[in-house]
Design a binder for this molecule. Structure first.
Ligand code: PGA
Length: 244
């Protein structure tokens, strides 16, 4: 299986800078590059899609759980699919920090799975205090149980991104050997909910850069990376994505 590299641009860029970065992605990752995904802000999806070549897939950073209708300000899963998205990130810790619950993320996940072309990327991860108290496994297990409750995957692919909150945007990445142990654990726990045959990938995220990416990608249960800050710098991101 080819390891998947997802770039989460967050809401960091101006429209002009988004387009410039998309042009660089298109130049660097041509059709043969394989599994690279760019997730710009929702307001840039249409424009970025036009620029990205066949070598880069498009992803969204969030979705509303309701279907198309009278829901002011929402973005529905069907529209994301129509715009050409292949992936949708949900439950990012930056959104959970604003009050998004696992129950809401579960509804978003179900909305995504109604669209055959969309693959969900569900973020989980513990805080620094939970990590220090050695409660990471218990906390992440609870997030998995709540976000994946009541799903019927029917052969659909599902991705979990393990992102220790304390490692996001801090430069304090989790050592790859430790991340490997968590990934193996997450696969076991997720398959208890989804069934042994579930098509599951688990990605690592949190201060990935051009220097440490290869340590993660060498681990057997780390199926790829979710990259924030380093995905905004084309040379850095090129290093990360070309290691596979
Ligand atoms: P980071 O962000 O790579 O800047 O730590 C990762 C993420 O939030 O997905």
């Amino acid at each position: 299986m080819k390891k998947l590299i997802i770039a989460n641009w967050k809401n960091n860029l101006s429209f002009k800078d988004c387009l410039a970065l998309a042009k660089n992605y298109a130049k660097v990752f041509r059709a043969s590059s394989g599994a690279v995904v760019a997730c710009p802000s929702a307001w840039a999806l249409v424009s970025v899609k036009k620029i990205l070549g066949a070598g880069v897939k498009l992803g969204a950073q969030d979705v509303g759980h309701q279907e198309r209708g009278a829901h002011t300000g929402e973005i529905d899963a069907k529209s994301l699919a129509e715009l050409g998205c292949s992936y949708v990130i949900i439950g990012h810790s930056e959104r959970r920090a604003q009050g998004e619950s696992s129950a809401q993320i579960n509804l978003k996940l179900k909305a995504i799975l109604k669209e055959p072309k969309l693959i969900p990327v569900i973020c989980v991860g513990e805080s620094w205090s939970q990590y220090q108290a050695k409660k990471s496994k218990a906390f992440v297990t609870e997030q998995i149980k709540q976000t994946l409750a009541g799903l019927s995957l029917g052969g659909r692919q599902i991705i979990i991104a393990y992102e220790p909150i304390w490692a996001i945007g801090t430069g304090k990445a989790m050592p790859a050997s430790e991340a490997q142990i968590m990934h193996q654990f997450i696969k076991v726990e997720a398959k208890k909910v989804l069934g042994a045959k579930a098509r599951l990938m688990v990605l690592y995220g949190g201060s990935v850069n051009g220097a440490n990416a290869k340590t993660y990608l060498a681990e057997p249960d780390i199926d790829g990376l979710l990259v924030g800050g380093s995905s905004l710098k084309i040379q850095e991101f090129k290093k990360i994505a070309n290691i596979r």
